[in-house]
Design a protein around this ligand. Sequence first.
Ligand SMILES: [Zn+2]
Length: 330
Amino acid sequence: MTLSELHKFIFEGLPVRGMLVRLTDAWQDILARRAANSETGAYPAPVRQLLGEMAAAGVLMQGNIKFNGALVLQIFGDGPVKLGVVEVQPDFSLRATCTQVGDVADDASLSQMVNVNNQGRCAITLDPQDRLPGQQPYQGVVPLFGDQGEKLENISEVLEHYMLQSEQLDTVLVLAADDKVAAGLLIQRLPIEGEGNLAGKADSVEREAVLGQSEDFSRIAILTKSLKREELLTLDAETILHRLYWEEPLARFEPYIGETGPRFACRCSRERVGNMIRSLGTEEVESIIAERGQVDVGCDFCGAEYQFDPVDAAGLFTGLVPDPSGGSVH
Ligand SMILES: [Zn+2]
């Protein structure tokens, strides 16, 4: 199995930067964990494509910011797909899951899955690693509509809108995912000094220089958009970058792969699950125990199962933990 990889590059002398991600082992790990879940089974193809494209986009967006914390990309759907979540840490470890509440047709479009009644939306959250007490994570929310009020059918378009709004940067994003690979290519136009007051520039040489730089972006954007979904899924990074940009002054950075590259990792723990159960309140937890004898919680991201028997559950509320010999601590 090939290792997932992230490549960063710039175009020397031009105000354009880019990134290419290919999630292979990390993506197959996420899919295999879902398929092994006897309650849900594997994702239908359109859901797999949506979540894979979100996973690739999440890594690109995390790679694009200087931020010490998790980037969480979420879709809140109003159709058969209720929730899609991708969480990417600064070291590119990631996890992803989708919650499906109804049937998804084999040929379902994005809007048929998550924007049936025009209520679907996409949220991008930056959650700082060392959050101060009372500090809220930053969150941006974008609707799943284009400028003309049309329903967007590609998550890439939704995110291009977000990046234009939040960072004021022109972005081109190409995404694709199947059952082996989740991949994405992003290019972004860097801000040019003095561009904001272009209209006030009397100096035509200066003005043309700025316009010329934006032509460079337009040209590279057209090359980027020419990449076909099939090519993004099947070609390796070297081939894609060469095929698209062989006439451009491409300068590449050391790729992130293996230890430093994107990989699956879940952050669930018994302690976190315990906190979640505690937040339900004594009454709710007691009624679950009365009904089922214990509290079972499965992690949607990795499939881990956590069991809290009546003694464990009571300990959550009293702060007493059962001692390992079996009796509870008094
Ligand atoms: Zn987990």
